[in-house]
Structures are given as structure tokens and as C-alpha cells.
Design a binder for this molecule. Structure first.
Ligand code: GLU
Length: 263
């Protein structure tokens, strides 16, 4: 039995390394599968909100920037502009095949910090959900400068979960969950299946960063978990290599690491 079995409004965050190859180009097989599973979850009666990274990597590779890695901030912002519409094109195409509507929402930190703007964002997202659309959210990297950046989509996804009053957030990652030590350094480190609070121990094992194509590491995921604890939203980290894990989670089977006070 898992708290995720009762989730009615689910935010799913997918990271750059989960939907692109090392070239920066889109991993079509993975993206197509993600859309099919999310469409199916929505068909089952769960509202779905997707937070997708990948705009910068996809845009940089499309623009032919050296190694798919933009060197300057204007190059990053230009890459995001190109990659975001490429990603939305692909999402729209796949979700449309399953008769679902998608909506692009790009956010910056000032939107959630200014109460009137926050209310507008909440209202728009609520309306989109009531109209049956799947909001697909990213940071507005094309205009975001440091003062108004979220910085990483783990944090952004937890804030989105608050904005839409979600009861579940899933971070699809390139790792199985939270481990007692970094598995790339300690291969037999045990996975932690359940976190009931973010204490010193959890913070101490979350240090270090993730892959080099996204911005998050474990620490940003733990910060996201703290935001979820604060707003009574269950959170899970599961491996994007096995997207069926989403079904496992929603059907109460053990998968990844679950962050929740309740059973
Ligand atoms: N917003 C960035 C992008 O779409 C990704 C940020 C992140 O991966 O955390 O490329």
C-alpha cells in the first residue's frame, strides 16, 4: 500500500539526461514511451502535469553548437528558445496521437514570488486542468537571468506541485533513487526506500551533483522533497530507464525512493 495509490493530481518531472542522448539530440524512443504512459495514466483518471527539461540541450544540438554545449549565456538562451519549440512539437505530436491536449507554460521565479502573478499562474494552470489539458512546464530559460531563475527543474517541479495543489510528484531520474552513498563511488551502497523527513543524515548523503547534461543532482531533489513535505504532497524518485515504474508507483508496488510522512 502506498500513498501514491490515492494520487489524483500528479506532477512528473523528467530531466535532460532522461530524454536526450549524449549528442544532445532527443531520445525518441524514450520520449514516445513517456508520452504513451502519461497519456494512459491520464486515461485512468489521474490529472497529469509534466515538467520537462531538455530545451537547452536539444536547442544547442539543433543549432550545431560545439558538442551540443552552448558556451555563453546568450547562446544558452538562444538554444532554449529553439529547443523548447522542438520539444513541444514532439510532445504535441505524441500526446495528440493519444487524443490528449498539451499546453506550454514557461515560468520564472518572479511569477511565483509576486502574489498577483502567482494567482494568475495558479488560475491558468487550474483552468487548463479543468479543460482536460496536460500542462507541460519549463523554466523560461530564454529570458531568465539569475535574479528570476529557479535554476533547476527539480525545484521548479516542487513549486509547480504547490501551484497546482498536486498530491504527488515524481522525479524521473537517471538513478534508481536515493542511496546511502553515491553508487558511482560505492557500487554496493543500499538504496533508501522510504524517507519520512529530511534530517541531517539525508542531507549529508545527498551531496554531489548528477550528470553533466542537466543541472540538478541529489541535493536539488532533496530540496524538492522538503517543499513537498511542507505542502503535504508525496514525492518519489524513480529511474527513467524503466518508465513502467510509474505504474508500479501508482499501483502501490515498491519502486525508487518514496518521500512521505504517511503510508
Ligand atoms: N530548464 C533547463 C532546460 O530545459 C533544464 C534545467 C534542469 O535540467 O534542471 O534545458
Amino acid at each position: 500500500m502506498s500513498v501514491f495509490e490515492h494520487v489524483k493530481r500528479l506532477v512528473v518531472k523528467v530531466g535532460t539526461s532522461s530524454i536526450t542522448y549524449d549528442t544532445g539530440m532527443v531520445n525518441m524512443r524514450q520520449l514516445e514511451k513517456l508520452c504513451r504512459i502519461l497519456a494512459d495514466i491520464k486515461n485512468s483518471g489521474v490529472e497529469v502535469i509534466l515538467v520537462s527539461s531538455g530545451a537547452i540541450a536539444v536547442g544547442a544540438s539543433k543549432l550545431g553548437l560545439a558538442g551540443g554545449r552552448p558556451a555563453t549565456i546568450p547562446q544558452k538562451q538562444a538554444s532554449a528558445a529553439v529547443g523548447q519549440c522542438e520539444l513541444m512539437y514532439i510532445y504535441d505530436k505524441h500526446f495528440s496521437e493519444y487524443h490528449h491536449k498539451v499546453a506550454q507554460v514557461l515560468l520564472t521565479r518572479d511569477v511565483i514570488e509576486k502574489p498577483d502573478l502567482r494567482t494568475h499562474a495558479e488560475n491558468t494552470l487550474g483552468t487548463l486542468l479543468s479543460l482536460g489539458a496536460i500542462p507541460i512546464i519549463n523554466e523560461n530559460d530564454t529570458i531568465a537571468v539569475d535574479e528570476i531563475r529557479f535554476g533547476d527543474n527539480d525545484t521548479l517541479s516542487a513549486i509547480v506541485a504547490q501551484l497546482v495543489h498536486a498530491d504527488g510528484l515524481v522525479l524521473l531520474s537517471d538513478i534508481d533513487g536515493l542511496f546511502e552513498a553515491n553508487p558511482s563511488e560505492v557500487p554496493d551502497a543500499p538504496i533508501i526506500r522510504r524517507v519520512r523527513e529530511i534530517d541531517e543524515h539525508i542531507l549529508s548523503i545527498a551531496g554531489g551533483s548528477g550528470s553533466n547534461r542537466g543541472t540538478g543532482g541529489m541535493i536539488t531533489k532533496i530540496q524538492a522533497a522538503q517543499l513537498c513535505f511542507d505542502s503535504n504532497c508525496a514525492m518519489a524518485i524513480i529511474n527513467s530507464n524503466r518508465l513502467e515504474g510509474l505504474y508500479d508507483l501508482l499501483e502501490g508496488r515498491e519502486v525508487g525512493t518514496l518521500f512521505s510522512k504517511e503510508d
